[in-house]
Design a protein around this ligand. Structure first.
Ligand code: C2E
Ligand code: CA
Ligand code: CA
Ligand code: CA
Length: 276
């Protein structure tokens, strides 16, 4: 029995070693990906629920990994955050997104762009200078850019300071996945946000029971009191869009209006017709 235990330990160590190696390989590959342009940014439309106008686009990163295919962010953002590669990765996404917004503007399309920023990126002291450099080199007006952060920023003081500075620079700030993290009303009132994004888990639960409806109404009312707009995420059905519009939600995003796509195949419609 003792011997068996020893074997198990060795097997365990071997597996650990293999995992560490695989991780090291992924890290090296991700660094190469960032440096050699294997990252691609897809854009998803955000529409004004009152008018159907497409007002902005959310930048969502993907990795065209050789031999593997197109990977979604859930496959590599975690690793990027743990290894610090999120800093150069985020800079690439920001550059692409700002550049794209300027191109759209040049084509006569007035679209804002919204970019996801990890708390880890935001807490890096170079964040604001990089952001300002990207705005300067691309020529994007700060008011056309929104950065999306999650409730985890509240637990990180340097990130919070950075966020305040970002907002002072005229860039809009959105609170992503609202209601799924550690929401704090005290932080919400202390640090102003321009946009509150209602997480798709709420949208998905619409119609299941009256409680979801009540909670969404409360989020919209809360955002209103704080002077913020609301964006509902994950809209897949006309019924969800109708309900959210009637409830006073400002904007919506989801497969009903458009999936994330490359800028090259971006839908050229400037507004969507509501199905009902
Ligand atoms: P998120 O910011 O909450 O983005 C919304 C996610 O929902 C996206 O997944 C989008 O493709 C998906 N989605 C949009 N509409 C619908 C819908 O109607 N139905 C369903 N089922 N899904 C919908 P994606 O692109 O896989 O991104 C996952 C997460 O990765 C994002 O969640 C965001 O947290 C993170 N992420 C993406 N790009 C970046 C980035 O450049 N930097 C950082 N730090 N994080 C990023
Ligand atoms: Ca987001
Ligand atoms: Ca979200
Ligand atoms: Ca999310």
């Amino acid at each position: 029995a003792k011997r068996e235990g020893g074997n198990r330990v060795r097997l365990f160590q071997q597996e650990m070693g293999e995992q560490a190696l695989a991780r090291q390989r992924d890290k090296t590959d991700l660094r190469t990906a960032i440096e050699t342009g294997q990252l691609v940014v897809h854009y998803q439309p955000i529409v004004d629920l009152a008018t159907g106008a497409v007002t902005s686009a959310e930048a969502l990163v993907r990795w065209q990994r050789p031999g593997t295919g197109l990977l979604g962010p859930d496959a590599f953002i975690g690793l990027a955050e743990e290894t610090g590669l999120i800093v150069p990765l985020g800079e690439k996404v920001l550059e692409s997104a700002c550049d794209q917004a300027v191109r759209w503007h040049a084509e006569g399309r007035s679209l804002g762009v919204t970019v996801n920023v990890s708390t880890r990126e935001l807490s890096n002291s170079g964040f604001l200078p990089r952001l300002e450099r990207v705005l300067a080199t691309t020529g994007l007006q700060p008011g056309r850019l929104t950065i999306e952060v999650t409730e985890s920023v509240w637990a990180d003081e340097p990130a919070m300071r950075s966020l305040v500075a970002v907002r002072d620079a005229g860039i809009r700030v959105a609170l992503d996945d609202f209601g799924t993290g550690y929401s704090s009303l005290s932080y919400l009132q202390r640090y102003p946000f321009d946009i509150v994004k209602v997480d798709s888990s709420f949208t998905r639960a619409l119609g299941n029971n009256g409680r979801t409806e009540g909670v969404i109404r409360c989020i919209i009312a809360l955002a209103d009191v704080l002077g913020a707009k609301t964006v509902a995420e994950g809209i897949e059905t006309p019924q969800q869009a109708d309900w959210l519009r009637a409830a006073g939600c400002s904007y919506a995003q989801g497969y009903l209006f458009g999936k994330p796509t490359e800028a090259a195949s971006w839908d050229t419609r400037t507004s969507v017709a509501f199905p009902s």
